[in-house]
Structure formats: C-alpha cells, structure tokens
Design a protein around this ligand. Sequence first.
Ligand SMILES: *Cc1c(COP(=O)(O)O)cnc(C)c1O
Length: 369
Amino acid sequence: MNPTKTIRPTHVEISLGTIAQNFDAIRSHVSAAQVMPVVKANAYGHGIVEVSRHLAAHGATCFGVALLEEAAVLRHAGITQPILVFGGVVARQIPEFIEQDLMMAASSIDKMQQIDDAAAAAKRKARVHLKIDTGMERIGVHWYSAEKLLEASLRFRNIEIAGIYSHFASSDAEDLSSAKEQLARFLEALEFYPKHGLKPPQRHIANSGGILQLPESHLDLVRPGIMLYGVYPSREVRQSIVVKPALSWKSEVVYFKVVQPGSPVSYGGTWKSDHPVRIVTVPVGYGDGYFRALSNRSKVVIRGQQHPVVGRVCMDQFMVNLEWGSAYNGDTVTLIGDGISAQDVADWAETIPYEVITNIRSRVPRVFV
Ligand SMILES: *Cc1c(COP(=O)(O)O)cnc(C)c1O
C-alpha cells in the first residue's frame, strides 16, 4: 500500500522536514535570540507529539503551549526541554505545574504567593515567567503597574523568575505603530532591572508578526507559531523570512454524476445550473473542519485544475462543479495545497489562516512524510 494512502479517502499530509526547515530559517534570521517553537492547539493542527519530538531532535531547546494539558502531553511524550504555558493559571493547577517542572505565567503578587507556597510544600523550585500587558488586555499586569510586581518577584524564595514577557496584538498589520508602542511600553517596564543594578530574566515579546516585521522586538527569545508551519500570519505581513507550508489536505472523488439544468445541489438548494454539468462528491465536511462558510465560495484542485465547491458544505461531504471537465472516482482532490493556501481558504471563509489549520478535526488522519 502507498504509505500516504489511509483507509479513509481523506487525510492531511504533514512534512516534518519542512517544519524543521522553517525552524532553521527562523533561527538563522534571529541568530542572537533563542527560538521557542509554539506547539499549542495540536501544533496548529499538525500533531503536537510528532512535531515536538522532531523539533527536539532537531535542536529545539524549549517549547511554548497554551494549556497545562498540552504541556503534560509533551512531558508524557518524553520531551524534557523547558516548557512555558502561556495561559492564565488557576490555583488548583499550580501543584501540577511544579510536579511536571513546567514554567507558568504570573501576573499578580497574589498568584506568586500561591505559587511560592505550593513550591515550598513540594520542596521544589517553581519556574515562572512574569507576564506584562502592554496593550492586548488579555492577561498580564499592565505595564504602568508592573514595577510593584517586579519588585515583589525578587522576594519569593521558592520561585525562580526564568523570564518576563508580553504579547503583540497587531504585529502582523501593515501599520506597525501600535506594535511599536507595545514594544516601547515593554522596554519601559524592563528598565526596572538596570535601574536596580539587576540583570533581567529572559525577555520576550515577538510572535510571528514581530519576528517578520520588527527585528528590534526579538530581544532574548522569540515565539514563532504559525510561521513555523509555513503560513504567514496575514496577507499584508512582510515576508522577510521564507517559510514553506508543511501541511496539505487531500481527499478523493467518491461519486460522479451529471446534474440536469434547474436541479438544486445540496441542503437548502442554494445552487443550480442552467445547463447540464458534471458534479463530483468529495467525502469531507464541516465535521472535519472544512467550514460550512465555504459553501458556494471555495475551490479545490482536481487533475491540476481549480474547480468551485457548489451548494452547501454538509457535515461529511461536499460537491464540486467540474463543468465539462473530467474526473474519475479515486482522483485526488486537494483542499489545501497544489496552489491553494490556508490563507486562500481563510479568505473564502472570511477568517484567518490560524483558524483554518487549527480547525482540522482529529477524525482526519494525519500522515507524516
Ligand atoms: C500563540 C502565541 C504565540 C504564537 O503566535 P503566532 O502568531 O502563531 O506566531 C506566541 N506567543 C503567545 C503568548 C501565544 O499565545
């Protein structure tokens, strides 16, 4: 059997080699800064365990995830590198962070007190990155109130302050004025350290947009997510590093027919033709993460040609209009790849490429090449 064929006539193909190449391209671009691959949300749909193991073997020295559970999956898979969990922490999670030697975000003195107590009880050191809010209004202490937290952070006996970080809200935009302002606010908060004759912990703020567009934001460490997978965060972002998509999404034609003029196609009868057309059925739907919003909007590639999806995307199937083109059962249908990018699909669905790739469901088999 061809190793890229799965029993289900639909799969996602992931090139771990391409992800490693993208990682190298980022590493050489930011030379002085450490690179923290971001593998949250199942490595943006690419497979958290496979991607992280491959990058660890390729020299990654740390990882970033959103949830405690994602970090636990990495530890369970044998990843021993430092792991930072970006999200907010609730008290009952703290012992688990300490037990599994995971780095957590802290943005209040209260939280640090809880962490310090838990670490003392476990007779371990807790590792923490201080989170500064410079304009995202998500989590973090506001930059203008950060000084008290930074001061307090020095007092806790059972906490090692491993880093201090912030997050950009608009670093992938063409207009970088707000990102530059966020960076200035972060640097202002960081002045605390030299002011007290202290060396700051590891400083980081750059996501993919910052890495690509704001070299002055690279600081000590960068946190690439989407670009690691070869997808640029937006259409307008400067593509200052060349990365290649690591994922393609393929299916097969499972049915072919001629549809007569005036016969509506799919739920709700939203599409019909005024002349006979050749229509094929593809066994993928919104239950796989192919958005219903793509109904009557997206295109797929069959035999090297782009053809439109017609009628509503169903939970498990959709239809494609070949007009007079030909196709046979078993022909490959490319949903992402062969000239169709995650950004194209995002534009058709009126969303962002992040949502397109993280939305591909686990019932779509992943094939690693
Ligand atoms: C998701 C995330 C990133 C990665 O963002 P990309 O835009 O995908 O590069 C970096 N840092 C934090 C805190 C994040 O939540």
